[in-house]
Design a protein around this ligand. Structure first.
Ligand code: FNR
Length: 391
């Protein structure tokens, strides 16, 4: 049974002793605080999106088109009676939330991925570990609870396979292939600072530690500055893969028994192809608007994809979740779980472990409370009937 909403009582009772929270209570507040306290390069790497950032704005604006229709007098949705848990891709979660794969957390905190692994484990929610992590798959896997591995498929098939094998050995419960990033989007905020963390050797730990990758280097990257520079250039030549096709999803199906999700799908035909090729789930996402500007808001793409593949695969939602009601809307429209991104990353940069824990607890408490106040005792109470109007 869920007790996420107890965070509310914890805060009010601590107010009796004269304490007020030192961290902002909303996603917008976390972003504003992060803007104040983080180095511009780190803040802008997280906050920035592609081009005019229209899609990033559309992702959150899309939620304005929907209003919930709460139910009253249902008798069984009070604290202690609610169960927000769900099994998705064979992973049992205490709530339908996973942290989105966010790369280069070392920009925000030196123990970034380890902190996210510890906190998600404590809260009973899922974590998606990025290929572009600041720590290795093995290090993060050793502390994480229920985690999925996010694969950036490089343009070398043996390296892709090696990443998948390492994730499997380290305890990943699913593989999430991100298909919207065969190369990086045009991101003016990073361009203005001429800042790409990878070129500074950040976010490439999984490459530098990989036997297939290392076999391509003339000298080990630890040996000298020059050797590291050569390794970074090798990374730059291998990161993306514009040649990826649905047949590669089928190939991944042969490599691993783990469930497979494909992240970054917006068109129903793409979703259908992924599922035909063996994917167990698709993640409707536009990468937080960081790739194709003016791409459709993820929430606007969700219903058609649910209608197209929802009977054969799980549909997850990502890009734009900022509150508990957002989670309710995404689930009411047919997504099975959501990925939560930037707000907890801001929390990490502002206050390390406390910041991640706070940001995640805020979302979960808000969701838990909104479920109870809407007469929903379990996730099965969420369906189109919970939505009052939509265009
Ligand atoms: C990301 N995202 C991302 N996605 C992915 O598949 N692998 C990755 O390594 C990263 N790295 C990354 C870094 C940063 C700083 C951000 C902000 C995002 C995209 C992420 O998983 C997710 O799709 C977005 O964060 C969703 O958008 P919102 O809801 O956070 O705005």
């Amino acid at each position: 049974m869920s007790s996420f909403a107890d965070y509310q009582h914890e805060i009010y009772f601590s107010g009796l002793a004269g304490n007020v929270p030192s961290l902002p209570m909303t996603a917008a507040g976390l972003e504003a605080r992060a803007r104040e306290v983080l180095e511009p390069a780190a803040f802008n790497y997280v906050a920035g999106s592609a081009s005019a950032e229209r899609t990033a704005a559309a992702n959150t604006a899309a939620f304005e088109k929907y209003r919930l229709l709460p139910r009253m007098l249902r008798g069984a949705s009070g604290p202690g009676a609610r169960d927000l848990s769900i099994e998705v891709l064979g992973t049992r979660l205490a709530a339908p939330v996973l942290t989105a794969p966010v790369g280069v957390l070392g920009l925000l905190h030196e123990r970034g991925e380890a902190i996210v692994a510890e906190v998600t484990r404590e809260l009973g929610i899922g974590m998606e570990l990025s290929t572009a992590a600041s720590t290795t798959i093995e290090e993060a896997g050793a502390v994480a609870g229920d985690w999925w591995y996010q694969l950036y498929w490089p343009n070398d098939v043996e390296l892709a396979r090696s990443f998948v094998e390492r994730a499997e050995k380290s305890g990943a419960k699913a593989i999430v292939v991100t298909v919207d990033t065969p190369s990086l989007g045009w991101r003016p905020r990073d361009l203005e600072l001429a800042h790409l963390p990878f070129l500074h050797g950040k976010g490439i730990a999984n490459y530098l530690s990989d036997p297939v990758f290392r076999a391509k280097l003339a000298a080990p990257p630890e040996e000298s500055e020059d050797a590291l520079r050569m390794a970074i250039l090798t990374w730059a030549g291998m990161f993306g893969n514009h040649a990826l096709r649905p047949a590669d999803i089928a190939r991944l199906r042969d490599w691993t028994e783990l469930p497979i999700a494909v992240k970054g799908v917006l068109h129903p035909d793409d979703a259908r192809q992924c599922v035909d090729a063996g994917a167990d789930a698709v993640v409707v996402s536009n990468h937080g608007g960081r790739q194709v500007d003016s791409a459709v808001a993820a929430l606007d793409a969700l219903p058609t994809i649910v209608a197209t593949v929802g009977d054969r695969a799980d549909v997850l939602f990502d890009s734009g979740i900022r509150s508990g009601s957002d989670v309710m809307i995404a689930l009411s429209l047919g997504s099975k779980a959501v990925l939560y991104g930037r707000p907890w990353a801001y929390g990490l940069g502002i206050a390390g472990r406390d910041g991640v824990r706070h940001a995640l607890r805020c979302l979960l408490a808000d969701f838990d409370a909104a479920m109870g106040l809407s007469g929903c005792a379990t996730l099965s109470d969420l369906s189109r009937t919970m939505i009052s109007s939509f265009r």
